[in-house]
Design a protein around this ligand. Structure first.
Ligand code: CA
Length: 251
């Protein structure tokens, strides 16, 4: 049996004695369903100055990445409710940020599939946290954030700033609530795909069950702030029988 990650946390192993190196200054998404591993990774990355978001499933990873476009992703493959490779495929359709697969699965098939889908590196579990942070550093250096500057989306007279968390119209910020911004960001990140209220609710509110009419209420509010005619929306469209979708061109 492969040793578990806790090998690294046994007594005598003292995290925190190393001097923090140059700050990473990046936003990193850790997709990992083993909470202890996730927290171990997060501790190291935060100590190095990274902002860390955690996701424990493919659905959570999609929701979090849509809201905070990460500069780098650490991706487990065996996840509840889906394979990490599914996330990778969709993530690559809109982001160039480096993805490092961190997995106990190290068959050649998995590596080939991961690299074919656009993964940048592969770290096997169990791993040394120091090796992992070194790989993170190497990928961030290599990428040197060309994607970060472009983490905005222009449509019509609007600019959606994913990192800043706001939308501007001709330089003036729109008064969107945090949830309204999150709903809009999620749809904009997945431009052209339609989402039913259940999917949006799960992705944005992070809950499986609840009052789905909340979703429609938020859509209406966003339309009132965004659309010239909220009853004939150009950007935040209704797809009959399917849900809502964002269209940048305002078809
Ligand atoms: Ca796992």
């Amino acid at each position: 049996m492969a040793p578990s990650w806790s090998f690294y946390a046994r007594p005598g192993y003292t995290p925190g004695v190393e001097k923090p190196s140059e700050a990473l200054g990046a936003r990193i998404l850790v997709v990992e369903d083993d909470r202890e591993i996730a927290e171990l990774i997060a501790t190291y990355l935060r100590r190095d100055g990274a902002a860390v978001d955690l996701a424990a499933s493919v659905a959570e990873a999609e929701a979090v990445s849509a809201i905070h476009g990460p500069d780098l992703v650490l991706l487990d493959l065996g996840l509840p409710g889906g394979d990490g490779l599914e996330f990778l495929r969709r993530f690559r359709s809109w982001s160039l940020a480096p993805v490092i697969i961190v997995s106990a699965r190290e068959s050649d098939e998995d590596k080939v599939a991961g690299l074919g889908l656009g993964a940048d590196d592969f770290v096997s579990k169990p791993f040394s946290p120091r090796v992992l942070t070194a790989r993170v550093r190497a990928q961030l250096r290599r990428a040197s954030y060309p994607a970060q500057e472009a983490d905005k989306l222009a449509f019509g007279p609007f600019v959606l700033d994913f990192d800043g968390g706001f939308v501007e119209k001709e330089g003036q910020r729109l008064a969107l609530s945090r949830r309204e911004f999150e709903v809009l960001s999620y749809l904009a990140r997945h431009e052209g795909r339609s989402f039913g209220p259940e999917e949006l609710y799960a992705a944005v509110w992070g809950l499986e069950h609840g009052d789905l009419s909340t979703v429609a209420v938020h859509i209406q509010r966003i339309r009132r702030k965004l659309e010239a005619n909220p009853h004939e929306p150009r950007y935040l469209q209704t797809v009959p029988g399917s849900g809502y979708r964002f269209a940048r061109t305002g078809a």
